[in-house]
Design a protein around this ligand. Structure first.
Ligand SMILES: C[S@@+](CC[C@H](N)C(=O)[O-])C[C@H]1O[C@@H](n2cnc3c(N)ncnc32)[C@H](O)[C@@H]1O
Length: 210
């Protein structure tokens, strides 16, 4: 099937991309891994023994990287609306995070385990229309924030992808009362033209349920 000029251009720039080449060389499933790697080098989020949840995990670069750093100690639960090839040390669930059933299943799998880190690289399919894409991506970010509030242990961390635009500043502001520290990161592997950033909220204060 003939490809359109724009998709040919996208494919060419994708395969010319230094991070795509590096991922192929280093055996990672996606270039996205280098965003997490840069954040890890700065912020030291991942460590053996922790329990973490990876939302929007497919094709699995972040989970792969996390599994390497956890060295078989701890727990990684991953979810995506798309199927993902299995990874040793990763419990994977296929499901739409905007629906309650997969989220309930995730909670069931967690059982009494409190989570040390929730990370979300979820992004909607981009239509190119800001009025559609921005609210969709904010919705996914808000769901990740709500989920984290339900599963994180006191002192736990949350890392999620968001797009700067309508609703972004208010979301970040709201996090400042729930976490001791909130930072916005723009890793080098995140395309400079994109409004994509990563919000890192650290040391969850936890709500006193008593
Ligand atoms: C940028 S990719 C994630 C890449 C991944 N971090 C990696 O390192 O390979 C974004 C993912 O979010 C997933 N996603 C988007 N909407 C979702 C939803 N409602 N529920 C679950 N996953 C979703 C997409 O299917 C896609 O796999």
């Amino acid at each position: 099937m003939a490809r359109s000029k724009s998709s040919q251009r996208w494919l060419k720039s994708h395969f010319d991309d230094e991070y795509v080449k590096r991922a192929q060389r280093e055996g990672y499933r996606s270039r996205a891994v280098y965003k997490l790697e840069e954040i890890q080098q700065k912020d030291r989020l991942l460590r053996p023994g922790m329990t973490l949840v990876d939302l929007g995990a497919a094709p699995g670069g972040w989970s792969q990287y996390a599994a390497r750093l956890l060295q078989g100690k701890g727990r990684i639960l991953a979810l995506d609306i798309l199927p993902m090839q299995p990874l040793v040390g990763v419990e994977f669930l296929t499901g739409d995070f905007t629906e309650s059933e997969p989220v309930d299943l995730l909670m069931e799998l967690l059982g009494d385990d409190r989570v040390d880190l929730v990370m979300s690289d979820m992004a909607p399919n981009i239509s190119g229309m800001d009025a559609v894409d921005q609210p969709r991506s904010m919705y996914l970010a808000e769901l990740a924030v709500d989920f984290a509030a339900n599963v994180l242990r006191k002192g736990g961390d949350l890392l999620f992808k968001a797009f700067q635009g309508e609703g972004f500043d208010a979301l970040v502001k709201g996090l400042r009362s729930q976490y001791q520290q909130v930072k916005v990161r723009k890793p080098r592997a995140s395309r400079p033209r994109s409004r994509e950033v990563y919000v890192l909220a650290r040391h969850y204060r936890a709500v006193d349920m008593s």
